[in-house]
Design a protein around this ligand. Sequence first.
Ligand SMILES: [Zn+2]
Length: 82
Amino acid sequence: MCPRCAWQELHRLATSPVPDTWEVWQCTRCLYTWRTTEPARRSSREAYPERFRMTQSDIDAAPEVPTVPPLAGDARTGTESR
Ligand SMILES: [Zn+2]
């Protein structure tokens, strides 16, 4: 269950190269992402802080995530483009 919005459909993004150490999960509704070894307040619905919880209407009203602006210069050399 998603700690933030209580959604049941989760997607496993990553698994530790060391077996049974940790997994990274993402909520398919609110996109909250957490590692299983994070503290309960970040990884468990029961302990997730009330003020950070989201409902479907919160998600619908959330502003768009800003896009990444174009690079100011050449990332390989660090020089400014003109
Ligand atoms: Zn969620």
